[in-house]
Design a protein around this ligand. Sequence first.
Ligand code: ADP
Ligand code: MG
Length: 260
Amino acid sequence: MLQVQELVKHFGGIRAVDGVSFEVAAGECVALIGPNGAGKSTCFACIAGQYPLTGGRILWNGQALEKLAPAARLRHGVARTFQVAQVFEALTVLQNVQLAVQASRAQNAISAFKPLDRQSVGAARALLDQTGLGASDGEDVANLAYGAKKRLELAIALAAAPRLLLLDEPAAGLAEAERASLMQLVKTLAGQGMAVLYTEHNMDAVAGVADRVLVLIEGRIAAQGSFDAISRDAEVRRLYLGDGLEADGDGADARGAAHA
Ligand code: ADP
Ligand code: MG
């Protein structure tokens, strides 16, 4: 289980994250939502190790993560994706995932300067099949459609066999149908026992997907609960979702994007 306790991250005078506590259990799919600038990506960076904390604690299965480098956190099963996909454009889809598989086996950071070995092909192909990219294996990443790039980033994260998966806007920029199928894949991963924490602005990627929703506003958790419960929360509606979103209506409105 992930335990975030009184997490604080300030950038000079900016209180990006200002005392945030929550937990994510194995098998749980939790959405972290909130307006742009609320501190969602900063939370992810603190959990995955890109930023040192200003204060607070982060525990994963009882182990303190905050002193560990990102690669060491990855060895403990903590993997993340980024709001803007981080992939090697000059390589093929398969080669990108091969490098990730090899890095995971050697317990190294992923590098485009490592030689590719044949032993990583099988595992890489399995990850491409799992993420719906099996038919795109030979394509250069530079030519890949945006949605396929987001799937590739997920395949790269899965190469580390994570137990905690942090997905920063995994479906950003995708059309509705593609977003729905990607989010079903994310939900399936949680169903297989992974702890999943993700951010998203489109409420159709939260309703029916997240087991629980955390609403982050100005660096603090303003509300948490089921999607239906937070959609009824007057404060959340005023500060983020707006009055266009009716959780107890026919659901049509809940497919809109929240105010960003
Ligand atoms: P979100 O992902 O919810 O949109 P962010 O975590 O990216 O929000 O940003 C939260 C706040 O922290 C914003 O005010 C942002 O400008 C600020 N911030 C984020 N990263 C940095 C940084 N590296 N240096 C300075 N300020 C930052
Ligand atoms: Mg962000």
